[in-house]
Design a protein around this ligand. Sequence first.
Ligand SMILES: [Zn+2]
Ligand SMILES: [Zn+2]
Length: 577
Amino acid sequence: MKYEHKPIEERWQKKWEEAGVFHASNHTDKPKYYALIEFPYPSGQGLHVGHPRSYTALDIIARKRRMQGYNVLYPIGWDAFGLPTENFAIKNHVHPAVVTKKNVARFKQQLKSLGISFDWTREINTTDPEYYKWTQWIFLQLFKHGLAYKKEMAVNWCTSCKCVLANEEVVNGVCERCGSEVIRKVKSQWMLKITAYAQRLIDDLDLVDYPERVKAQQKNWIGRSTGAEIDFKTSEGDILTVYTTRPDTLYGATYMVMSPEHPFLEKWAKSLKNRDEVQAYQQEAARKSDFERTEIAKDKTGVRLDGVTAINPATNREIPIFISDYVLISYGTGAIMAVPAHDTRDWEFAKKFGLPIIEVVKGGDVEKEAFTDCASGILVNSGILNGLTVDEAKEKITQALSEKGIARPKVNYKLRDWVFSRQRYWGEPIPIVHCDKCGYVPLPESELPLTLPQVKSYEPTDTGESPLAHMAGWVNTTCPRCGGPAKRETDTMPQWAGSSWYFLRYMDPHNDKALASREAMDYWSPVDWYNGGMEHTTLHLLYSRFWHKFLYDIGVVPTPEPYAKRTSHGMILGENG
Ligand SMILES: [Zn+2]
Ligand SMILES: [Zn+2]
């Protein structure tokens, strides 16, 4: 007998749906179990084999838990803002919402035919105003608590499309869409202060059951290091401060390197004898991405400042200052002390520019190459530190310089604040207005959701503003504080926004008074098991943990961590990779 899977599966899927066998209840005495998969981005291609891989695994868990007597929440929704839909809309002149609706219908039909036991009554969509109302609400709370602020930032700018590009749209230094040159341009951007949570995002990994590899990725991204800030005097009288994890190697610091964007350069312009050369180098650096600039293998370039020098505070020797693009203004203090004997990049730089290389940790042959295996070892050529171990020397030099007031122990993080602006149409509008008198003013919560207006074109403007900037009738508004004329923010939120809290909405998806009721969150929190791709283990987890911790701090959610357990699997690739 032939197994006619189509009619049989359809019949059972219909029965399941009619009986609501996969519906989770918010009113029951049963123990709860919350199984979560990463909700998909509804692309035009329909389901990818990687989607069911993740969903099937948790479907098995969800079904088992139901049989064990649990009230199981296994929900599904759509993470539907984002670039591919937007680019499709631009090219074909259709509203991204229309594209999204069509794509969602296809995904839904495919998922239903697979028979995965999702609770479809809790379906959510990040582009639904009833959903993003609460994304905007969270943004307003962040703003009111000083965790959302505006800052001038370098962005990727396509010289031909005249628009800001996301990092993933820049391929080998050119625009992914048109192949034109991409330069760095300064724009004012909304930022979220995730750095305020850096330490807790590390510490609270002890509270959760994640694979060690995932925890390590979170920690690496945050990049905590301990060291010292050390002040170097300059011939201009200004103090050039550096951050180093290796204060013990100070005696081997034979030159300094500043970022080409360092504000002192402007100040020192009169004293610089090679000002033209410096400016030419600054312009060249402005054209490169941070990624290109910090690539280890790249050629070492730089310009020595002619006319300004520094003093090494340990040796009291005069040392030269360079500018080089591998030093980023956004990390540390924007200047470093270079110890060529024990750092490969500094060593190559020193060789190229003929600078002294002084061994300070014994063990290598620093004339041949940098001796970098120096996490432990004995100090040499280092005055008061000679004969000490690396750890002893770190402590001694930091203390000695601290007593003189020219150094401070310091914890540093690689984590940067989160750039939260896109100059694009298809995202959540940022619910802030700018008033000349009052500055940035939050919209009253009663005016949420602030919906996307209808626009004629989804292209960014010639000056790189979001297409919303064209909508004078939408942009011009009154200030909620003083009633005077004001302008709406025209940037939208990045695609990460909607996925940073979606698991909360599933707990109570139709609530119009709150992102979810406290009772629902008390019952369902935390997510018991979150399964998804390894490619999302860094940023998505970090961002959603950050938002959750913030919501916990302001008393909205009951737990400090959103996910009790996380598993991550690899990607399924086609033969072409
Ligand atoms: Zn372009
Ligand atoms: Zn005002």
